[in-house]
Design a protein around this ligand. Structure first.
Ligand code: NAD
Length: 497
């Protein structure tokens, strides 16, 4: 049961953090620059954050590297690291309302979803990797008599973490927690429009006992601070979630600097595939609607293409339309809101330009397609459905990252697979069918990092998450994520006299 009173009180009282957190201290930008933070719920200025410079990034990297080399965290006994991360997880849960309110105020996600997907998810992620610390070992190789081969897992050093604005706590925790668990130091750069909850998260890590300099947060513009991180010679690994455009830049920065490893979690154009033999079309319709409209479609795995078998197309689209038109879209801090705000004016305009494109391309508007609640000053858009979308059109191929569903139909399984795989992306997919063999065939043939069967979303921390094709490389979540933050070192020991 969500505590409404607490949310209302916190919305008035919560302290908005404004500065970087470097080496355990709050500091402003070296040149004094600030960026305005806009509340997307009403379009008004909420506060400012430090507009970081390359010098600020350097200060954070120096702090992280020094902490790493001094061994205050990297050589701390694993059991002690575990204890600190467990208490970090507990503190995140104890502050869940504060973190959720902070996050919602600058990113616009509906609070009911934010409470689950943000602090609660971050806390369980931190706990998962804390518990892994004393269970992941190196290896003894099966070498011949006379020699001994050891494979050691070592932390990589300084990890740069760059995250987007849609689920800042959840996504940052997927990277920070495994990187910290194995002993690395971190420089974290939040998105310009979702920094507040991440600064607070790092404060809680300090409170839990994480030594100063191990987790540093630098806010500011991606083109300045993000670029400086990508080019920095003392950052060993960058773990990134965001757009393919920026992902490509990071690969260039790496090539132009120290060949740091770049791990990318990028966008998607995920197919939600519904066969006519689906047992419960109502459930499929609800999942399809939630899968594209919650958080205003600002979800990397959003099921933005509905591929439906011809026989049930009309019925299914009608059911999804009913959901779309019944959502309560509005104030992100209202517990009864189903869909909050678009993150920024710029993103809202981008979404609306996709509506114009869809109409120009000849798609049929089923519902939505316009800005709503404009009187509030906030950035809201009606859940939007386009039918008769052509396979090669822009709204079938490009990620909108907004509440917009493109509907296409198929006549058989072969065509469903062909349509599903017809974009450059490969992040997620959903398949609805009551035929078990078909479900398994689809799991094998659909090119995506995850295939949901008779559901959409909800895979927990035990499952890896990553994209195929241009949706990225590397994996967040699960024990596989530890591979990104550890280097394997081989030791070959002669046992001869
Ligand atoms: P974005 O790429 O614009 O920004 C992401 C981060 O990169 C931000 O912190 C930004 O400041 C920073 N950045 C911007 N320019 C940079 C540069 N030149 N160098 C380094 N860093 C720079 O993405 P966004 O608009 O914040 O987020 C939306 C995108 O993120 C969508 O494509 C979405 O699909 C993707 N996403 C993917 C996943 C996933 O797990 N695969 C999860 C969430 C979001």
């Amino acid at each position: 049961m969500i505590d409404r009173q607490r949310i209302e009180t916190l919305a008035k009282q919560v302290v908005l953090p404004q500065k970087h957190l470097i080496n355990g201290k709050h500091v402003g930008a070296t040149d004094g620059g600030t960026l305005d933070v806009i509340n997307p719920g009403n379009g008004q200025k909420l506060t400012t954050i430090a507009d970081g410079t390359a010098a600020d990034v350097n200060a954070a990297v120096v702090a992280a590297k020094s902490a790493f080399e001094r061994g205050v965290w990297s050589r701390m006994p694993p059991a002690q690291r575990k204890k600190i991360l467990l208490s970090f997880s507990d503190l995140v849960m104890a502050h869940q309302y504060e973190l959720a309110v902070l996050g919602v105020r600058d990113n616009g996600t509906e609070i009911a979803m934010a409470l689950k997907a943000e602090p609660a998810s971050a806390a369980s992620t931190i706990r998962f990797y804390a518990e892994a610390i004393d269970k992941v070992s190196g290896e003894v190789a099966p070498s011949a008599e006379g020699s001994l081969g050891l494979v050691l897992r070592q932390p990589v050093g300084v990890v740069g973490v760059i995250v987007p604005w849609n689920f800042p706590l959840m996504i940052a925790a997927w990277k920070i927690a495994p990187a910290l668990a194995v002993g690395n130091s971190i420089v974290l750069k939040p998105a310009e429009s979702a920094s507040l909850s991440l600064i607070r998260l790092a404060e809680l890590a300090l409170e839990a006992g994480l030594p100063e300099g191990v987790l540093n947060v630098v806010t500011g513009q991606g083109s300045v601070t993000g670029e400086a991180m990508g080019l920095h010679p003392d950052i060993d690994v960058v773990a990134f979630t965001g757009s393919g455009v920026v992902g490509r830049k990071l690969l260039e920065y790496s090539a132009a600097s120290n060949l740091k490893h770049i791990y990318l979690e990028l966008g998607g154009k995920s197919p939600h595939i519904v066969f006519a033999d689906t047992e419960n079309l109502d459930r499929a319709a609800k999942a399809a609607a939630n899968g594209i409209f919650r958080n205003s479609g600002q979800v990397c795995i959003a099921g933005s293409r509905l591929l439906v078998e011809e026989g049930v197309r009309e019925e299914l689209v009608e059911k999804i339309k009913t959901h779309a038109e019944n959502y309560k879209v509005g104030d992100p801090l209202d517990v009864d809101t189903d869909i909050g705000a678009i993150n920024s004016e710029q993103q809202l305009q981008k979404n609306l330009s996709f509506v114009r494109t869809a109409l120009d391309e000849g798609a049929n508007r089923v519902t939505g397609g316009a800005r709503i609640n404009e009187d509030s000053g906030g950035y809201y858009m009606a859940p939007t459905i386009f039918d008769n979308v052509a396979e090669d059109s822009r709204i079938a191929q490009e990620e909108v990252f907004g509440p917009m569903l493109s509907v296409m139909s198929f006549s058989d399984e072969t065509q469903a697979v062909q349509l599903a795989n017809s974009t450059n992306y490969g992040l997620a997919a959903g398949v609805w069918t009551s035929n078990l063999s078909r479900a398994h065939r689809m799991i094998q043939k659909v090119q995506s990092g995850v295939v949901h069967v008779n559901c959409y979303g909800g895979a927990d921390i035990t499952m890896p998450m990553g994209g195929l094709k241009q949706s990225g490389n590397g994996y967040d979540k699960s024990l596989h994520a530890l591979d990104k933050y550890t280097a394997l070192k081989s030791a070959w020991i002669s046992l001869e006299n």
